[in-house]
Design a protein around this ligand. Structure first.
Ligand SMILES: Nc1ncnc2c1ncn2[C@@H]1O[C@H](COP(=O)(O)OP(=O)(O)OP(=O)(O)O)[C@@H](O)[C@H]1O
Length: 596
């Protein structure tokens, strides 16, 4: 029978701290064995006498070598030992987990479903040293997280097509079918600053992504943590988590309040939280019944969100309660206006202020809208087209801003989207950014997974054009038995991936309708092989001024898109490469890939 935590604490006269212990995830006597002295203040053990008592208790528990595992499944709904006073119950998380959507090889979500009342299972050990790479000057990190297959996916017989062979590399094994119906695999390899496999916990992810940002914020800095990925890829799991697996919000809140309760400051710092959503270019306050908000710049070019409600919070549980309130509001909005949550960007801001209301640190958590619907628009209505365009525009603007941030450019195109406009303050000065791209491992999601990876890869590349040479770029390897014909088809598919599949189809149709295929053919001939110029090349030649302009051609009706393409190729025909290079104000080496 497991040793009871309450009894242990009572034996050394610390039973009054029981509720606090459970609220910080110490539910069982066995949990005591991993406590270090750095954890004592968080648990409310401050006096020398109490510290000594706990120290001896921990020593005793260690000597007994109690079983640490399967604790989550055992403790009851109050978050602790049966029959004993429960933990801080201010925060009520309904723990509703779709029983069908639990993760295949994981059993402790069951605990989540059964656990009510706030406990959040906060981890025990003190924070390890922060990621030196990030603190040592790297202001942007791009990380990837693969989630495990869910039960639903397993039942559907989905195969896991994503492998994470190392902490920096991820490979997508895309199943393909050749014209002769033979199967082959395409391997897409990507490298990121950190790659988290299906076995990684929220705590692992937090330690190596958001934790350095929290430290930066506590020192008075600005930080932003983005979660990106298609619907169902694990953004909410990463950001919000569940009672037994607290997400980044809860883990960051824990460290912030732990720091504030132990640090010696002249004047206390207060914590404020605000939460709003950007949907179709409009701002809605999630803490104020979806009130419409407006972003305005003052004389000093500082962006203010007029009317944004911020709420003061004084504990981890009250902060999580506010977040849960806002998340519900977002969900309600979904049913009325927005059928999928990931069609909007959700922005949570945690601010530290001194007693004069001066900002002493700020952190954003941004749950970005996924890009999946942009390519899903098989029969798009006007609304979904607008949503898709808006999402793409804001994601592209975000990339450009991240580039400016890293390269310390004098001009940053904040105004290109509401997202970058409201985050402007976080991109200037001494700020740190982390993007966590989330992907699903199932073979049915391969296309979306690749889109997410390509986006994240591009953000990583943009981290400085030098990064292109220094960093490792994502690449696609096809199976060695590919015939020449297959390679040609792959090359064509690669082109479609660049310009969008729908566009490829539209163009073929339009060529028949308009007879404009001839122009395109000439353009291709000029390039030498069956290769349409890539966006980056077009930008280097000055044919397109920005990615935005490129996107605009993608979103035009098929005929217009084709005309745009035709004019591009005509432009190239009349401008030999070296002439274009001479005209380029910032000449760069131009490599036109030749495909066999
Ligand atoms: N790393 C993980 N470990 C275990 N389960 C996970 C993980 N990531 C996601 N899941 C599970 O996968 C399902 C979908 O995840 P989640 O709701 O976080 O996706 P999402 O990207 O937030 O989707 P949406 O954009 O629609 O809100 C959930 O049941 C969640 O519990």
């Amino acid at each position: 029978m497991p040793l009871c935590l309450y009894e242990c604490l009572r034996a050394v006269g610390l039973q009054s701290h029981y509720a606090r212990f459970t609220s910080f995830g110490v539910h069982r006597a066995a949990h005591l064995s991993v406590l270090t002295m750095e954890d004592y203040p968080i648990l409310g053990i401050r006096s020398m006498e109490d510290r000594t008592r706990l120290f001896h208790l921990v020593k005793m528990v260690k000597a007994l070598d109690l079983e640490y595992e399967d604790d989550d499944a055992d403790y009851d709904a109050d978050g602790g030992d049966e029959g004993y006073p429960g933990a801080d119950s201010n925060f009520t998380y309904d723990g509703s987990v779709d029983p069908d959507d639990n993760v295949c090889d994981d059993d402790d979500e069951k605990g989540a479903a059964r656990t009510a009342g706030y406990n959040y299972g906060l981890p025990l050990s003190s924070p390890p040293a922060p990621n030196k790479k990030q603190l040592g000057g790297q202001r942007i990190s791009v990380c990837l997280r693969k989630r495990p297959l869910t039960h639903k996916e397993c039942r559907r017989g989905e195969a896991d097509v994503v492998t994470t062979p190392s902490g920096e590399c991820v490979i997508v094994h895309e199943n393909k079918e050749a014209v002769d119906l033979s199967q082959y695999k395409l391997q897409h390899k990507f490298y990121f600053d950190q790659v988290f496999g299906a076995e990684s916990s929220n705590e692992d992810v937090y330690r190596r992504t958001a934790y350095p940002l929290v430290l930066h914020m506590l020192k008075g800095g600005k930080a932003t943590c983005f979660a990106y990925g298609q619907t169902g890829a694990g953004k909410t799991h990463t950001m919000l988590g569940s009672p037994v697996r607290p997400g980044l919000y809860a883990l960051a809140a824990r460290d912030i309040f732990a720091y504030l309760s132990t640090a010696h400051m002249h004047s206390p710092l207060l914590v404020y939280v605000s939460f709003f959503e950007i949907y179709c270019g409009q701002l809605y306050d999630l803490l104020d019944h979806r009130k419409r908000l407006f972003a305005r710049e003052d004389g000093q070019k500082v962006v203010h969100i007029v009317g944004l409600r911020d709420i003061r919070v004084d504990s981890v549980s009250s902060l999580l309660e506010v977040i849960s309130q806002g998340t519900e509001e977002r969900t309600q909005g979904m049913s009325g206006v927005n059928p999928l949550s990931s069609r909007s960007h959700a922005l949570l801001q945690i601010q530290l202020r001194d007693t004069n209301q001066q900002i002493a640190g700020r952190m954003w958590f941004v749950d970005l809208a996924g890009s999946e619907r942009a390519s899903d628009t098989k029969e798009p209505d006007r609304q979904s087209r607008m949503e898709g365009a808006e999402i793409n525009q804001s994601l592209l603007a975000l990339k450009e801003c991240i580039r400016s941030l890293d390269q310390e450019q004098s001009h940053t195109p904040f105004r290109q989207s509401k997202l970058t406009q409201v985050l402007k303050d976080s991109f200037v000065g001494d700020s740190m950014t982390c993007m966590i791209a989330n992907i699903s491992p199932g073979h049915l999601a391969t296309e979306h997974t690749l889109n997410t990876l390509r986006y994240a890869d591009r953000v990583k590349e943009l981290r400085g054009e030098i990064g292109l040479r220094r960093g490792r770029k994502g690449k696609t390897i096809h199976s060695p038995k590919c015939s020449v014909g297959e390679k040609r088809r792959l090359s064509r598919e690669g082109t479609e991936a660049i310009f969008g599949q729908d566009r490829g189809k539209h163009e073929k149709r339009s060529q028949k309708e308009t007879g404009e295929g001839e122009v395109r053919k000439r353009g291709e001939k000029w390039v030498g092989k069956k290769q349409i110029p890539q966006m980056s090349q077009l930008m280097e030649y000055g044919v397109l001024r920005s990615e935005k302009e490129w996107m605009a051609t993608v979103y035009r009706p098929p005929t217009a898109a084709l005309t745009a393409r035709a004019s591009l190729t005509t432009f190239q025909l009349s401008h030999p490469i070296n002439e274009l290079q001479q005209n380029d104000p910032s000449p760069q080496p131009v490599n036109i890939p030749t495909h066999s």
